[in-house]
Design a protein around this ligand. Structure first.
Ligand code: G3I
Length: 375
């Protein structure tokens, strides 16, 4: 169904009627990136359907409104390094090329993550955990190969993703079980060796929580204390209508900045549906119930209004701290692309992103553009 929908939309797009019609081809049309200006990069995550050029409406929208892109999935180790002696760079190459052709800052996501980790990475041929030395070698090879391939072409990398639990403890990932927390400085060291000019980031969700915030500050200080490069902390920014509290999110921005790094909002979305849980750990799914999918045909005006108001509140916060915030990235182009349609419940209809299923900007985005476009 989705593929047919995409093909149909692509056909329509060829006639230049992607939502706001044919003026898209005009230069200097009012845009989100134009409204934000040089306060911070305006980013978006692309899926492989888009980087393959199939979703032409999405690509026209991205060119108009965004000046930074990141791979939603195609640079994750399970996708880019499926077997120890086989890499698959096809999708990642297309994404980097699209970014270069359109003058965009390309972000690499992500080098070390417990999820989407290929089965072979941390075990030997018998399925037993490998030694610390073997894992170090495999991490070094993976990072040197992937980062080295795009040396000078990628602005920055999510070097380590989601290594800290909500209570501030280390996540007991296979990396941690074999190397302890040492896997983190090693990952940053290997990434810097492969591309000394690339920015390096630690990225996580739930960063408004005090325990995780404090642990991340400790991590930043440890890395800096060892003379390792870390430029910024990525606050993923997966939100709902009732979480996080904006003052907690702001406190984290200020704490990370005080640790001497920049801050980025790296995976921003806001579910418009009743909150089931506030996590973003992809394994924490919940079985479908009709009550979990209350708005399959569209949001009631009251919910849409509340969602737009809350999104504007957070965007105003980002603008307020644009001295430390260097990038705000939406985790998908339109609502139809969002992982939130299938997480934490498979098969529901959510409305979490900046553009709707007709490629139209949401009201708060429209207002931002109108209020900030050259008169
Ligand atoms: O590519 C396969 C396809 O061949 C297959 O037919 C299909 C059905 O099984 O699966 C496809 O892979 C899926 C992939 O997305 C691409 O659509 C994986 O199963 C699915 O697990 C994967 O989900 C991604 C998830 O990370 C896990 O990697 C989401 O799209 C992506 O939005 C989400 O993003 C993460 C960030 O990377 C890190 N922060 C949390 C965020 C949300 O979990």
């Amino acid at each position: 169904m989705k593929l047919k929908y995409t093909v149909l939309l692509s056909a329509i797009c060829l006639w230049g009627t992607c939502g706001y019609g044919i003026q898209l081809s005009a230069q200097n049309v009012p845009s989100l990136k134009g409204a934000v200006g040089d306060r911070f990069l305006t980013g978006v995550a692309l899926n492989v359907n888009q980087t393959a050029g199939h979703d032409t409406c999405a690509l026209r929208l991205v060119k108009r409104h965004f000046n930074s892109i990141v791979a939603e999935n195609c640079m994750k180790s399970a996708e880019i390094h499926p077997e120890e002696n086989r890499y698959d760079f096809a999708d990642a190459d297309k994404l980097v090329r699209f970014g270069e052709e359109n003058g965009m800052a390309v972000i690499g996501h992500c080098l070390v993550w417990h999820s989407q980790l290929p089965r072979w990475f941390c075990v030997d041929e018998k399925g037993k955990k490998v030694s610390p030395e073997i894992l170090k070698e495999r991490m070094k090879k993976h990072i040197h190969t992937v980062v080295g391939r795009y040396k000078g072409r990628i602005k920055g990398w999510d070097v380590v993703n989601e290594a800290i639990e909500g209570d501030g403890s280390w996540r007991k990932s296979p990396y941690y079980e074999i190397l302890g927390e040492e896997f983190i400085p090693l990952a940053f060291q290997y990434a810097h060796e492969a591309d000394p000019d690339a920015e390096l980031y630690y990225n996580d969700y739930g960063m408004d929580g005090q325990a995780k915030r404090n642990k991340v500050v400790e991590l930043v200080r440890m890395l800096k204390g060892r003379g390792l490069r870390i430029d910024a902390v990525g606050m993923q920014g997966h939100m709902g209508l009732d979480y996080p509290q904006i003052e907690d999110f702001e406190a984290s921005i200020l704490n990370f900045a005080s640790a001497g790094v920049k801050v980025m909002v790296t995976e921003w979305d806001m579910s418009a549906l009743p909150t089931i849980h506030t996590g973003a750990n992809i394994s924490e799914t919940v079985a479908y119930k009709k009550s979990f999918n209350p708005y399959p045909e569209g949001l009631p005006d009251s919910v849409s209004q509340a969602w737009n108001n809350r999104m504007k509140e957070f965007f105003d916060l980002f603008l307020k701290h644009s001295d430390v915030i260097t990038r705000v990235t939406a985790w998908g182009v339109t609502d139809d692309d969002s992982w939130k349609n299938n997480f934490p419940v498979l098969g529901r209809v959510d409305y979490p992103l900046l553009f709707d299923r007709h490629y139209e900007p949401k009201p708060f985005v429209k207002e931002l553009i109108e209020n900030n476009s050259e008169k």
